[in-house]
Design a protein around this ligand. Structure first.
Ligand SMILES: *[C@@H]1O[C@H](CO)[C@@H](O)[C@H](O)[C@H]1NC(C)=O
Ligand SMILES: *[C@@H]1O[C@H](CO)[C@@H](O)[C@H](O)[C@H]1NC(C)=O
Ligand SMILES: *[C@@H]1O[C@H](CO)[C@@H](O)[C@H](O)[C@H]1NC(C)=O
Ligand SMILES: *[C@@H]1O[C@H](CO)[C@@H](O)[C@H](O)[C@H]1NC(C)=O
Ligand SMILES: *[C@@H]1O[C@H](CO)[C@@H](O)[C@H](O)[C@H]1NC(C)=O
Ligand SMILES: *[C@@H]1O[C@H](CO)[C@@H](O)[C@H](O)[C@H]1NC(C)=O
Ligand SMILES: *[C@@H]1O[C@H](CO)[C@@H](O)[C@H](O)[C@H]1NC(C)=O
Ligand SMILES: *[C@@H]1O[C@H](CO)[C@@H](O)[C@H](O)[C@H]1NC(C)=O
Ligand SMILES: *[C@@H]1O[C@H](CO)[C@@H](O)[C@H](O)[C@H]1NC(C)=O
Ligand SMILES: *[C@@H]1O[C@H](CO)[C@@H](O)[C@H](O)[C@H]1NC(C)=O
Ligand SMILES: *[C@@H]1O[C@H](CO)[C@@H](O)[C@H](O)[C@H]1NC(C)=O
Ligand SMILES: *[C@@H]1O[C@H](CO)[C@@H](O)[C@H](O)[C@H]1NC(C)=O
Length: 616
């Protein structure tokens, strides 16, 4: 690396803009582009005064220039000098000398010397330095190969940045690290970028980085020549094309394609793949090409031979036994392809139409179907995708059977089993009422869930049990009504305890029981000839009085429960029962009044007897 050191001297207080020099340096006969770049900016008088541009210094420079000449370090030219401001003309000589002097290596302040960017994206030139107090200027320049243009000049002490108007809005500059971000990139941004840092002692740190602006990779595709290859007889050229900046890569499935140089060859550029005596299996990878650069990669669609597409109606993979199934096959081919149908890899004889219909399918029709197109001209067979079909018998005749027809509360244990007359269930669900059944210690489902065991049934277990069977093609269900026999419980007799002579009397006996109890009655312990729950007496006689006993009998549980009821039949007019509280009170008051009146009469009689002498 070499750089050009320039000390600027001026007698006027001209304010020159930053000026850029560029030179080629020749080191041992090799022209190294770049390197001798520096930026000069014309500081104001006070700064310039620090420059040691004295006669003695100039002499020293001259001698050093000669010395350096002998070791053949030289800058060949000073491009851009012509564009210098006129005021610099007089300083051409010292500039030349100093330029030669500057040709030595130094660590670059830049992290990379080569970087890639993509059109439309951003790039950041990374540095390895950070701001120190003795930095005076930091400058970024761009060299597109023909001229050097400033991008930004940062004057550290005054904290001012001069951004070239061409770059306004396109750069972002970090004052601490001097890193420069540029973008969105255009093709013209490709070239050399130089960072120059000048210290207050006139020393310089310079670095260059080459930016290569790549085009985005698009439209990656494969073209085949000939478009229709004949298996075993054709050599097929697959040409990959793409737009952008890239190199080619071929893939066979997920692995890089292996070129053997005989059967499979690749041209030097890498874009033409030649497969000699192409076999169908060669292209099954599938083969595709990738166009990539360090930043991007694009991928072609897989290279396909003739496309054969098979469609299925109905589209279900699981079909009911007995249903109809149709496959249709579509092949792109010229001349039109002949079609073959394959079932489990075996050709189906005499089936060459574009559609294949199977009516009333059975389990044996389950398997893998595909169609194969055969091109007479190219003698090529191309298979469609394989469709897997399973035929299942639909579930039907689902029924629940019970291990025992009579269930008695507290005694019976029952198994109810759900099964289908046809079809194989893949899942079984039980519901009681409309709610999913919750198994418990007493309510147990078998491992296959088809048998439900209820241990020591209770009357609350009665109800509708539903089992739902399901497989991949349909579902079926059945409901079982569970009856639990119990009772009689809570026998009750309803009716009056007393009725008047010749009035009707009615006694009704109830018992909680499944099935309904049989009833019998006794009067004063004697069996009556009544077998209903009800006794109806139209005109009560005195002899109907007595203790009635209702006996409820459950013929299934064998249990009997009784209840007694007392009935009194009163004489005509006799009040025994049935008077209201008011009537009783009336009677009591009436009696009291009568007693008082009688008592008064007696008293008065006594008085009359004693006080008033009897007139008699
Ligand atoms: C010279 O630069 C200093 C700071 O760098 C500034 O304060 C001063 O005004 C400048 N003088 C002229 C004449 O521009
Ligand atoms: C400059 O770079 C430093 C280090 O990467 C970072 O911490 C700082 O935030 C940057 N400054 C700006 C203005 O981006
Ligand atoms: C293969 O090529 C040979 C000669 O080039 C020809 O005779 C033969 O018919 C071709 N075979 C097929 C299948 O096209
Ligand atoms: C395939 O490409 C090679 C060169 O890459 C060429 O010689 C040959 O003619 C091409 N074949 C076809 C069929 O295009
Ligand atoms: C791709 O790989 C398969 C094996 O995975 C091979 O049979 C085939 O010939 C390969 N194709 C090419 C073009 O290399
Ligand atoms: C080849 O077929 C695959 C899958 O069928 C598809 O994704 C791809 O786009 C096809 N390639 C071309 C070039 O049509
Ligand atoms: C096959 O054809 C059907 C309907 O014609 C279409 O929806 C489907 O995408 C095609 N499949 C392929 C792989 O071309
Ligand atoms: C199946 O096809 C036959 C004849 O085409 C027809 O009679 C029958 O109803 C079809 N069956 C079904 C389930 O569609
Ligand atoms: C059907 O194809 C599947 C893979 O798709 C395979 O596992 C299965 O063995 C094939 N069945 C038959 C009967 O060929
Ligand atoms: C279910 O089975 C019972 C006997 O277990 C039978 O009486 C009934 O008819 C069957 N129901 C159906 C729908 O098959
Ligand atoms: C009920 O099923 C269980 C097994 O699930 C069996 O051990 C038991 O003998 C069956 N009981 C009846 C009454 O069928
Ligand atoms: C039943 O006994 C009561 C007395 O306990 C009696 O008054 C009644 O007449 C008797 N009835 C019959 C029908 O014997």
């Amino acid at each position: 690396m070499c750089y050009l050191k320039i000390i600027v001297f001026s007698f006027s207080s001209l304010r020159l803009p930053a000026v850029v020099f560029h030179c080629h340096s020749a080191l041992q006969g090799i022209i190294v582009r770049s390197a001798c770049l520096c930026k000069v900016f014309f500081q104001n008088y006070t700064s310039i005064a620090a420059c040691p541009l004295t006669a003695g210094w100039m002499r020293k420079m001259r001698s050093m220039w000669q010395k350096s000449h002998t070791v053949s370090h030289s800058c060949l030219s000073l491009q851009g000098l012509r564009s210098l401001h006129m005021d610099f003309f007089n300083f051409r000589l010292p500039l030349l000398i100093l330029a030669a002097l500057g040709c030595y290596s130094e660590g670059s302040p830049l992290l990379n010397n080569k970087i890639n960017g993509v059109i439309g994206k951003y790039v950041t030139f990374k540095t390895t330095v950070i701001l120190t107090p003795n930095f005076v200027t930091v400058t970024w320049n761009f060299n597109d190969g023909s001229k050097i243009a400033p991008i930004i000049t940062s004057i550290v002490p005054s904290n001012t940045d001069n951004v070239d108007e061409k770059y306004a809005g396109r750069i972002s500059y970090n004052k601490t690290t001097f890193e420069l971000q540029l973008g969105p990139l255009v093709k013209e941004d490709g070239g050399e970028y130089t960072l120059t840092i000048v210290t207050d002692k006139g020393q310089q740190l310079t670095g260059q980085v080459d930016l290569e602006v790549l085009e985005p990779v698009t439209d990656v595709m494969i073209l085949s020549n000939p478009p229709e290859a004949v298996e075993f007889n054709s050599t097929v050229n697959l040409t990959c094309s793409a737009k952008g900046s890239f190199t080619y890569k071929w893939m066979n499935g997920s692995v890089p394609l292996v070129v053997d140089g005989t059967h499979i060859k690749l041209n030097q550029v890498g874009n033409v793949l030649t497969i000699a005596e192409v076999r169908r299996t060669d292209l099954r990878g599938p083969i595709f090409c990738i166009a990539e650069n360090p930043l991007e990669s694009g991928r072609s669609a897989a290279f396909n031979l003739t496309k054969v597409n098979m469609t299925q109606t109905p589209t279900d993979s699981f079909l009911k036994k007995g249903s109809n199934l149709t496959f249709s096959c579509l092949a792109q081919s010229d001349p039109p392809a002949q079609l073959l149908w394959k079932f489990n890899g075996e050709e189906l004889p005499q089936k060459t139409t574009a559609s294949l219909t199977l009516t009333n399918v059975q389990e044996i029709n389950s398997g893998n179907y595909s169609c194969v197109a055969y091109n007479m001209k190219t003698k090529r067979y191309v298979s469609s995708q394989i469709t897997v079909v399973s035929v299942l018998e639909a579930l039907s005749g689902t029924n629940i059977s019970s291990s025992s027809s009579v269930l008695i509360d507290g005694y019976s244990t029952v198994n109810i089993t759900c099964s289908a007359a046809a079809g194989k269930a893949e899942s079984v669900e039980w519901l009681k009422g409309d709610k999913p059944l919750t198994p418990s210690e007493r309510v147990i489902l078998s491992a296959d869930k088809k048998t439900l065991t209820i241990v020591k049934v209770v009357k609350e277990d009665a109800g509708d049990y539903k089992c739902q069977l399901k497989n991949k093609v349909n579902k079926d269900e059945s409901t079982y009504k569970m009856v639990i026999n119990y009772g009689p419980l809570n026998v009750k007799v309803e009716g009056k305890n007393a009725v008047k002579f010749e009035e009707p009397a009615k006694l009704l006996c109830f018992a909680d029981s499944v099935p309904i109890s049989k009833y019998s009655w006794k009067l004063n312990g004697t069996v009556m000839n009544i077998s209903q729950a009800e006794i109806n007496i139209e005109k009560a006689k005195v002899t109907d009085s007595g203790i009635y006993t209702c006996e409820a009998f459950n013929p299934i549980t064998g249990k009997t429960e009784t209840k007694t009821h007392k009935l009194a039949v009163t004489e005509v007019g006799a009040v025994d029962e049935g008077l209201s509280g008011g009537a009783i009170a009336g009677i009591v008051i009436g009696v009291l009044v009568a007693v008082i009146i009688i008592a008064c009469i007696i008293k008065r009689k006594k008085k009359a007897n004693s006080d008033i002498p009897s007139p008699y």
